[in-house]
Design a binder for this molecule. Structure first.
Ligand SMILES: NC(=O)C1=CN([C@@H]2O[C@H](COP(=O)(O)OP(=O)(O)OC[C@H]3O[C@@H](n4cnc5c(N)ncnc54)[C@H](OP(=O)(O)O)[C@@H]3O)[C@@H](O)[C@H]2O)C=CC1
Ligand SMILES: O=C(O)C(=O)[C@@H](O)[C@H](O)C(=O)CO
Length: 282
C-alpha cells in the first residue's frame, strides 16, 4: 500500500471524530467507482462522502469490504434525499441506505437539502436524531442549511447538528455562515471545494500563490479550506489527483495568502443556481 502523510482529525460536538479532508464520491459508481474509492483509501483518505441520490451506496459498501483499512478507521457518510423527508419515509430511507451499502451503521448521515418549500426538514431531522439514538448512525448533520433552518431544528428537537456540508470554494467563501457554525459548535464541510475544477483553478491570484509555494492551484485551494477549519471533500477519479489533493499537510499559507484567496468571493459565486433558501432537490 502506498502511503502519504496521515490526515489529522477534528472532534465533533458529539465527541466523534472527522478527518480534516474527505473524499467526494459524486459520479463514482459501479466497478470503476469502487476501484477509485479503494485507491483513495489506500492512499490515506478515511472519510467517504456519498448520498442516497448518488446511487453509489452499493459501491461505497463494496469499497468498505475491499478496503485494507479496518471498518472502525473509516468514516462513511450518506445523505437523506428530499423526497424522503416525512418522518416514516426518512426512517425507511436510512434503513434502505444501510441495506444498499450492506453496512450496519453510517458514521455520518446528513439531511441533504432543507427543501423549505415542502417544509418537512424538521421531521427529517427528528428521524435522524432517533436513528442515532438507536445506533444506526454514529453522528448526524445537515447539508445546505441556512442559519434559520439550523436554528429551527435545534429549537424544535433540542439537537444541534454536528456538521453542515455547504458549497464552499474561493469564489463562494461563506464567511458569515462559517462564523455562525463556529459560534454554534457546528463543523463546516465544503462541497465542490475545487469549484468543480472551473475558473478558480486558473485564477491569477491562486496561480500566483501556488507558484510562490511551488504547489498546484488545487493544493493551494485545499490548503485554504484546511486553514479555515472547513473539511473539503474533493472528488478525483484517478490516483495522481487523489494523491495531489491530500498532499496538503506540509506547507502553510500566510495570513496575506488566506486573505487574498477569501477576497476572491463574489455574491454570484455559486457554481449553479442552488440557493438553499429557494432551491428544492428531491
Ligand atoms: N451536499 C451537497 O449538496 C453536495 C455535495 N457534494 C460532494 O462534494 C464532493 C466534491 O464536489 P464536486 O462537485 O465533485 O467538485 P470538486 O470541487 O471536488 O471538483 C471535482 C472536479 O475536479 C477535478 N479535479 C480533482 N482534483 C483535481 C486537481 N488536483 N486538479 C485539477 N482538477 C481536479 C475532478 O476531475 P477528475 O475526477 O476527472 O480527476 C472533477 O472534475 C462531491 O463528490 C460530493 O461528495 C457535491 C455537490 C453538492
Ligand atoms: O451532488 C450533490 O450532492 C447535489 O446535491 C447536487 O444537487 C449537485 O449539487 C448537482 O448539481 C447535481 O447536478
Amino acid at each position: 500500500m502506498t502511503t502519504t502523510t496521515p490526515i489529522p482529525d477534528h472532534t465533533l460536538n458529539d465527541g466523534t471524530t472527522l478527518p480534516a479532508i474527505g473524499f467526494g464520491t459524486y459520479a463514482l459508481n459501479g466497478a470503476g467507482g469502487v476501484d477509485a474509492m479503494v485507491n483513495a483509501i489506500e492512499l490515506g483518505y478515511r472519510l467517504l462522502d456519498s448520498a442516497f441520490n448518488y446511487e453509489n451506496e452499493g459501491a461505497v459498501g463494496e469499497t468498505v469490504r475491499r478496503s485494507p483499512v479496518p471498518r472502525e478507521d473509516l468514516r462513511v457518510t450518506s445523505k437523506l434525499a428530499g423526497r424522503h423527508h416525512a418522518y416514516d419515509k426518512a426512517v425507511a430511507a436510512v434503513h434502505e441506505s444501510l441495506y444498499r451499502a450492506g453496512l450496519d451503521h453510517y458514521d455520518l448521515y446528513l439531511v441533504h437539502w432543507p427543501n423549505p418549500g415542502r417544509d418537512l426538514y424538521v421531521e427529517a431531522w427528528q428521524a435522524l436524531v432517533d436513528l442515532k439514538r438507536q445506533g444506526l448512525l454514529r453522528s448526524i448533520g445537515v447539508s445546505n442549511f441556512l442559519p434559520a433552518h439550523l436554528e429551527r431544528i435545534a429549537a424544535e428537537t433540542g439537537v444541534v447538528p454536528s456538521v453542515n456540508q455547504v458549497e464552499l470554494h474561493p469564489y463562494f467563501p461563506q464567511a458569515d455562515l462559517r462564523e455562525w457554525h463556529e459560534a454554534n459548535g457546528i463543523r463546516t464541510e465544503s462541497w465542490s471545494p475545487l469549484g468543480r475544477a472551473g475558473a478558480v483553478l486558473r485564477d491569477p491570484v491562486v496561480e500566483r500563490i501556488a507558484a510562490g509555494h511551488g504547489r498546484s492551484t488545487a493544493q493551494v485551494v485545499l490548503r485554504w479550506h484546511l486553514q479555515l477549519g472547513a473539511v473539503p471533500l474533493p472528488k478525483a477519479a484517478g490516483a495522481a489527483r487523489q494523491r495531489e489533493n491530500m498532499s496538503v499537510f506540509d506547507f502553510e499559507l500566510s495570513d496575506a495568502d488566506m486573505a487574498a484567496i477569501t477576497g476572491l468571493g463574489r455574491p454570484d459565486g455559486r457554481i449553479a443556481d442552488q440557493d438553499p433558501a429557494v432551491y428544492e432537490e428531491f
